[in-house]
Design a protein around this ligand. Structure first.
Ligand SMILES: CC(C)(COP(=O)(O)OP(=O)(O)OC[C@H]1O[C@@H](n2cnc3c(N)ncnc32)[C@H](O)[C@@H]1OP(=O)(O)O)[C@@H](O)C(=O)NCCC(=O)NCCS
Length: 156
């Protein structure tokens, strides 16, 4: 029988390239550069789910100041960004674990609300977020990827 151990911890910026194991940084270089710069500036914290071999399996991030004013409020509302699980590990509860982890993390920092944006076409993510309590509609919008909604969850 194999022991199924994992860890979740904040990523050190020097390990940023290991995220290539989860998503294709090389072919999404503009996004990767943006995230890297935000981590460096202290505006983004990324948390990594690793398996027992220390392999990067999934990630989730928090952004403290987003250019769109509805998504972040200083000391009150924080933005959940870029939750992603390596495809072959999906549907096993890892996305839920990561979300629960950052809810606790945000509560410890005294945030009372957490926001996110999700594409209307992303059925798995929409279902997951609804189950986790993102039930308030913040905004609707459209970008180059399609129509999305902004959702809010109260943390207290
Ligand atoms: C959305 C995502 C992060 C969810 O992660 P996950 O580890 O699969 O999440 P969980 O296992 O906790 O829950 C996923 C739900 O889909 C179901 N599911 C079953 N098989 C699945 C599969 N192969 N892929 C995804 N979800 C599956 C799960 O049972 C669960 O259902 P429930 O919500 O009714 O309980 C993951 O699908 C992903 O990385 N998608 C691509 C990136 C993305 O869209 N991120 C969100 C951006 S807003």
């Amino acid at each position: 029988m194999t022991k199924n151990t994992y860890s979740i911890s904040e990523m050190d910026i020097k390990d940023f390239e290991k995220c290539q194991n989860i998503w294709d940084l090389k072919n999404n270089s503009a996004t990767a550069q943006k995230f890297y710069n935000q981590i460096k500036e202290g505006n983004r914290k990324t948390f990594i789910y690793k398996n027992s071999n220390g392999e990067f399996i999934a990630e989730i991030s928090l952004v403290f100041k987003d250019p769109a004013p509805q998504f972040t409020i200083k000391g009150k509302r924080v933005y959940l960004s870029h939750l992603i699980v390596k495809p072959e590990y999906r549907g096993k509860g890892i996305g839920t674990l990561l979300c629960d982890y950052i809810f606790d993390y945000c509560k410890k920092l005294n945030y009372s609300e957490i926001s996110l944006a999700v594409l209307l076409s992303n059925y798995n993510a929409m279902r997951l977020y609804h189950r986790l309590g993102f039930t308030r509609l913040l905004c609707v919008g459209e970008d180059e990827d399609g129509k999305y909604i902004g959702l809010l969850k109260k943390l207290n």
